[in-house]
Design a protein around this ligand. Structure first.
Ligand code: S3P
Length: 188
């Protein structure tokens, strides 16, 4: 039986583009005294190219391969808050790896909130389409069950400030890491 002591102390934030993984993740890391990591930033550093350029040169499949490789690099991580790219759950092999890394939290604001945040930023190649509103809707329809399946916990923190969200999440994280797992919980 695994216990709280044998689980890596990481928090993994998943969710759609614009859900606040980086903003809330940074603040949460500070609250917990953990380091903050962001898979998109790690990909850019390793590939030495911005994300839109990776998509242009290697397509989405090339980007996903880099993303999965970065996830593999994080296996020995501990005491970290890890913000992930919105599409990381679309590669099925990534999901058990995310869950083995620690507590997976899905930041899940309403679609309108996501859309308003996404259109303010031009760094997201997947929504550079003729009808971004429809693209966001279609991608969300496909991905919601994937996030739900990957997450231990899902929260909508869009009606509070990022500081308040981080404070509340830190409380949940502390509870999760101090509670022993039940005998039937394999940790996966
Ligand atoms: C993507 C989300 C982006 C980035 C890439 C692909 C996606 O990360 O990984 O543009 O497929 O949803 P954010 O969720 O941090 O915007």
């Amino acid at each position: 039986m695994s216990t709280a002591a044998t689980r890596p102390l990481n928090v993994i934030l998943i969710g759609f583009m614009g859900c606040g993984k980086t903003t809330v993740g940074n603040l949460l890391a500070r609250q917990l005294g953990f380091q903050f990591l962001d898979t998109d930033q790690l990909i850019v550093k390793k590939a030495k190219r911005p994300i839109p350029v990776i998509f242009e040169q290697e397509g989405e499949a090339g980007f996903r391969a880099l993303e999965s490789a970065i996830l593999d690099d994080l296996t020995d991580c501990d005491r970290s808050v890890i913000a992930t790219g919105g599409g990381i759950v679309t590669v099925p092999e990534n999901v058990p790896k995310l869950r083995q890394l620690g507590l997976v939290i899905w930041l899940n604001p309403p679609e309108d909130v996501l859309y308003q945040r996404i259109i303010r930023n031009h760094d997201r190649p997947l929504v550079r389409t003729e009808n971004p509103r429809q693209t966001v809707h279609d991608l969300l329809t496909i991905r919601r069950p994937l996030y739900s399946n990957a997450a231990h916990l899902d929260v909508d923190v869009s009606d509070v400030t990022p500081d308040e969200a981080a404070y509340g999440l830190a409380e949940s994280v502390r509870v999760f890491f101090t509670a022993p797992l039940s005998p039937c919980d394999t940790g996966s």
